[in-house]
Design a protein around this ligand. Structure first.
Ligand SMILES: NC(=O)c1ccc[n+]([C@@H]2O[C@H](COP(=O)([O-])OP(=O)(O)OC[C@H]3O[C@@H](n4cnc5c(N)ncnc54)[C@H](O)[C@@H]3O)[C@@H](O)[C@H]2O)c1
Length: 277
């Protein structure tokens, strides 16, 4: 029985990270490559994906940079075919597309009553359909055939556990991502392949282009009141760094978690554990 550190080893595994050119996607792609996986970076931002491919290769890793639009099944299918042609299979899917939008965020200028329906639709669609369901349909069709199974990892959020103020669409979408994670874990295990697992990571607060406007005052560079509240409610007292996700990601992607499916793991510096008192 292998109980050593090698159960975390991803050598010989093939991973695809959608949204892999983003802030967290980049950290996760680098983390998977550092554990030995061949990593396809699939994103609408092909130039950024290509840059990351070069960085991973310069560190001795194996990478592909592929154009993929998470709403367009044809582009996802092309990605899957390229990966299988190049590396023979797909073991790991990290669904890293997602995010919030200013137009779906309440503020002194935009009340809940005035948020346009299409802004809600876009946020729910980006996180739930593009961010989880559609790529899981396309890549999942390949993954269910793996005799060794595989691992799908969705990216939920603290919103999936309890909604945060101001971002009703994103909160609803991420709780749906958590729900879908559990649904798909059961569906794949019962209907297709008991070795194909589906889990999610719920990151706490990581500074990115999408949330910077909410957390840092553009004019002064100081934390906004919301940024201060988040840090005060994060017992570890800081924002996350993309590298903070790597250990959990490798655990979920590898045989180290081979009897784990349908869970949502917070990586949040203690935010979800803290009542505020
Ligand atoms: N940053 C945080 O604090 C935080 C916290 C919790 C959860 N998350 C989630 O983590 C994930 C990654 O977030 P991030 O902060 O790295 O965001 P990001 O904007 O840096 O990355 C998102 C990536 O997705 C790509 N993308 C967008 N639409 C796409 C589409 N239709 N098809 C293909 N690619 C597309 C973008 O080009 C970008 O590279 C998201 O699901 C986000 O909701 C982020």
């Amino acid at each position: 029985m292998n109980t050593g550190i090698s159960i975390f080893d991803l050598t010989g595994k093939v991973a695809v990270v959608t949204g892999g050119a983003g802030v967290l996607g980049k950290g996760m792609a680098e983390g998977l490559a550092s554990a030995g996986a061949s990593v396809a970076i699939a994103d609408v931002m092909l130039d950024k994906a290509q840059q990351l491919k070069q960085e991973i290769e310069s560190q001795g890793g194996k990478a592909l940079a592929l154009y993929m639009d998470a709403f367009n099944k044809e582009t996802i299918e092309e990605c899957a075919q390229t990966i299988v042609k190049e590396w023979g299979k797909i073991d790991i899917l990290v669904n890293g597309v997602g995010g919030n939008m200013k137009q779906a965020t309440t503020s002194p200028e935009l009340s809940f009553f005035d948020i346009p329906a299409d802004a809600f639709q876009k946020v729910v669609s980006l996180n739930l359909l593009g961010g989880a369901i559609i790529p899981s349909q396309v890549f999942g069709k390949y993954m269910v055939k793996n005799t060794e199974g595989g691992s799908i990892i969705n990216i939920a959020s603290m919103n999936a556990i309890r909604p945060l103020t101001r971002i009703p669409g994103y909160s609803a979408a991420k709780s749906a991502v958590a729900n879908f994670t559990q649904w798909l874990a059961v569906h794949f295990a019962q209907e297709y392949n008991p070795k194909l697992r589906v889990n999610a990571i719920a990151p706490g607060f990581f500074l990115s282009e999408q949330n910077r406007y909410l957390l840092i005052d553009e004019k002064t560079g100081e934390p906004t009141p919301r940024g201060k509240t988040i840090l005060a409610h994060t017992p570890m007292g800081r924002y996350g760094d993309p590298s903070d996700l790597i250990g959990t990601l490798i655990w979920l992607a590898s045989d180290a978690s081979k009897f784990v499916t349908g869970i949502i793991v917070p990586v949040d510096g203690g935010f979800s554990a803290f009542s505020g008192v």
